[in-house]
Design a protein around this ligand. Structure first.
Ligand code: ADP
Ligand code: MG
Length: 342
């Protein structure tokens, strides 16, 4: 075969292979877009584990009519414009790949309205890369993305979908992770028209606690301590499970770097070391922790779907995590705070 350029739809479908593995990955991308758009309330309606339908409605800034088509084009983004921006990116997305990829493997309708326009506009796609002109559609300020029949045109992918229950489990876990990263945003999740998660925006410590309890279980909340430590431009805060709440699996570990959930070796190692003296061998700690630092000191431009980050000063971060958690754990030991010092 002579060398030839691939048609855009195929390019998008190939990219979708990386970004869109299953319904849960669609939900991740759509929710991240809603959060980047400044949404305060997000409603998700999914059917059949997301395979049949995923609809995300938000009250974010919306997309103006003349940019709707661009939102579905490859490498088109409103989030960065230069390498400089990339180095200090604060948004969850920036690649401009998710929407065109999702649109290439589903039947997608994008409806959006911005403040000041007198109507919303809708754009429909059927897995191709061409879209008709937007049509007027009533919509409050914000965006609704409706993704139906995921992988209808990629049978090989559709075959890899697991049972409804399994797919839904993955999808709900994505919602939980993101809901823990933004207490100030309300999330409502419905599956097959039944409400499965109702998380009102948290304004105070009590509602934040309630959300942690809803997501991680009341038992965790009862046996976790709230911690906060600052130093060297780094801040760590969140809920750390007491040694009495150890787990046989590493399944209750939520760690966020500047609001982005990560699974990072360096982080896991530092946490494990901090808990080393207080946990039995083979037990795992449970935690919901947030690390905040200058965005210029972390590189989030790793693989699109992986949760890796690269710290510019990894030693410093490791030591800070270890010391903060170790100290907090020490203070938790009964009597430690009242023990005489020196
Ligand atoms: P990225 O998020 O990497 O920029 P996407 O393909 O996910 O790329 O989205 C493309 C663009 O569409 C975004 O940069 C944003 O401007 C717009 N967009 C997507 N979803 C929303 C939304 N829910 N509300 C407002 N704008 C959105
Ligand atoms: Mg995005």
């Amino acid at each position: 075969m002579p060398i030839h350029e691939l048609p855009p739809q195929l390019i998008n479908q190939i990219a979708a292979g990386e970004v869109v593995e299953r319904p849960a990955s669609v939900v991740k991308e759509l929710l991240e877009n809603s959060l980047d758009a400044g949404a305060r309330r997000i409603q998700l309606d999914v059917e059949q584990g997301g395979a049949r339908r995923i609809r995300v409605r938000d009250d974010g800034c919306g997309i103006p009519r003349d940019q709707l088509c661009l939102a579905l084009s490859r490498h088109a983004t409103s989030k960065i414009a230069s390498l400089d921006d990339l180095e200090r990116v604060g948004s969850l997305g920036f690649r401009g790949e998710a929407l065109p990829s999702i649109a290439s493997v589903s039947r997608l309708t994008l409806t959006s309205a911005v403040a000041g326009e007198d109507s919303g506009w809708a754009l429909q796609g059927d897995g191709g890369d061409r879209f008709e002109a937007p049509e007027p559609a009533p919509h409050p300020v914000g965006t609704t993305i409706d993704v139906r029949e995921l992988f209808f045109n990629v049978p090989a992918r559709r075959k890899f979908l697991r049972t409804e229950r399994t797919e839904y489990g993955h999808l709900e876990e994505v919602v939980r992770r993101l809901a823990l990263s933004r207490f100030d945003v309300g999330f409502d999740l419905n599956h097959n028209r039944k409400s499965t998660l109702r998380l009102p925006a948290a304004e105070d410590a009590a509602t934040r606690d309630r959300r942690v309890g809803q997501i991680c279980g009341e038992a965790f909340l009862e046996q976790a301590a709230f911690m906060e430590q600052e130093g060297a431009g780094l801040r760590l805060w969140g809920w750390m499970g007491l040694p009495t709440f150890s787990r046989s699996q590493a399944d209750l570990q939520y760690f966020y770097v500047n609001g982005r959930m990560v699974r990072d070796r360096l982080v896991t190692h530092a946490v494990r070391q901090a808990y080393q003296d207080v946990l039995y061998h083979g037990r795992h700690p449970a935690y919901v922790l947030f690390l905040e630092l200058d965005p210029a000191l972390v590189d989030v431009n790793a693989h699109p779907a992986k949760h890796e980050v690269r710290f510019r000063e990894s030693r410093l971060v490791h030591d800070f995590l270890f010391r903060s958690l170790h100290r907090a754990l020490g203070e938790l030991r009964p009597g430690a705070s009242s023990a005489p010092t020196g």
